[in-house]
Design a protein around this ligand. Structure first.
Ligand code: PYC
Length: 324
């Protein structure tokens, strides 16, 4: 019976399933080749571990493997319920915690290859970890789109487009409350649809597949600089974590508008209340963001693929396969 070994982690409430022990053909060396192989030859892995009945829409998957460059320590391909991600901040923190748990990684510095680029990671004594993300930048400011609320009310929504390892449209809202999840999701979906309808993209036509709604931190008396965010992910679910790539995109926007100084700490709080701390250094007209957070290992799982189970590769995959 075919089996796959996973370590389940969560980072600020957002789960990551870390896949170990994958043996790929020898000619596949770089992390992009690993992503392409997974997408083209073995997409059933993504579907079967992230789709129901084994997975759930909020899960991100991470396939770890050897680095292409012998000076680095690891390569990681990230994926979600709809496809493959260049980089994933909460997912990377989950992978690092899984490496500490399973491979005995200790306090210190490591370099991880991702499809978006190499990322330096530091494990701290207090079991938090930091990563210096790939270069982030604020691509366009003051971009307006028209959304329709309910039956007929039209509203113009204005925001910034930024890259933080994934593409984001960031726009303010009055509050980001857990009790308002449904309306935050609805608003974000409308914005995403409007961006697509109006042909508004990131650089080189890249699809803007993450929407970030932001509001001030609840505790306005606090001296901390920061904000609370709701992030809609490509599969239509919200990020339970503060979103590492979203925090990087936010820091790029703050740097571009001159409201946060290099090295100054920014607290990014998620809609469930979990926190990352971010800082940045300038990198040309963009920034290098460093994000700190903590992940936890939750389970070691052996997935079993029973040939008699019609849904062993996930419901969506089985449906797509039987329809094609
Ligand atoms: O933490 O970068 C992140 C992320 C992207 C999508 C879900 N989480």
């Amino acid at each position: 019976m075919q089996k796959l070994t996973l370590i389940d982690t969560h980072t600020g409430g957002e789960p990551t399933r870390v896949l170990f022990d994958m043996t790929l053909p020898k000619e596949i060396v770089t992390v992009s080749q690993r992503r392409d192989w997974l997408r083209e030859q073995a997409d059933w892995i993504r579907c079967s571990i992230l789709h129901e009945p084994r997975g759930s829409e909020s899960m991100v998957g991470a396939m770890v493997g050897p680095p292409a460059n012998a000076r680095n320590q690891l390569s990681v391909v990230f994926f979600n319920n709809t496809g493959y991600l260049g980089m994933c901040g909460h997912g990377l923190l989950g992978v690092i915690e899984a490496m500490r748990y399973r491979e005995g990684w200790t306090t210190g510095s490591y370099v991880v290859e991702t499809v978006a680029g190499d990322v330096r990671v530091v494990l701290h004594d207090d079991r938090t970890a930091s990563f210096e993300n790939v270069r982030s930048d604020c691509y366009r400011t003051g971009v307006s789109v028209e959304i329709t609320n309910g039956e007929s009310t039209r509203e113009t929504v204005t925001g910034d487009i930024a890259y933080g390892g994934n593409w984001f449209f960031l726009t303010p809202v009055e509050q980001v409350n857990f009790a308002e999840l449904e309306s935050l999701t609805c608003r974000s979906l409308r914005i995403r649809d409007a961006l697509q309808r109006e042909g508004i993209t990131g650089r080189d036509g890249a699809q803007i597949d993450h929407i970030e709604l932001y509001a001030p931190l609840d505790d306005s008396a606090s001296a901390e600089r920061g904000g609370r965010n709701f992030v809609l992910c490509p599969g239509g679910h919200y990020d339970r974590s503060p979103c590492g790539t979203g925090t990087s995109a936010k820091l790029a926007c703050l740097a571009a508008e001159g409201t946060l100084a290099p090295g100054e700490a920014w607290i990014q709080e998620s809609v469930v209340g979990s926190r990352f701390v971010g800082t940045y250094q300038r990198d040309g007209d963009g920034v290098r963001a460093t994000i700190t957070g903590r992940a936890h290992v939750m389970a070691e799982t052996v997935c079993i693929f029973d040939p008699e189970d019609p849904y062993r590769f996930g419901i969506a995959h089985c449906t797509a396969t039987s329809e094609s």
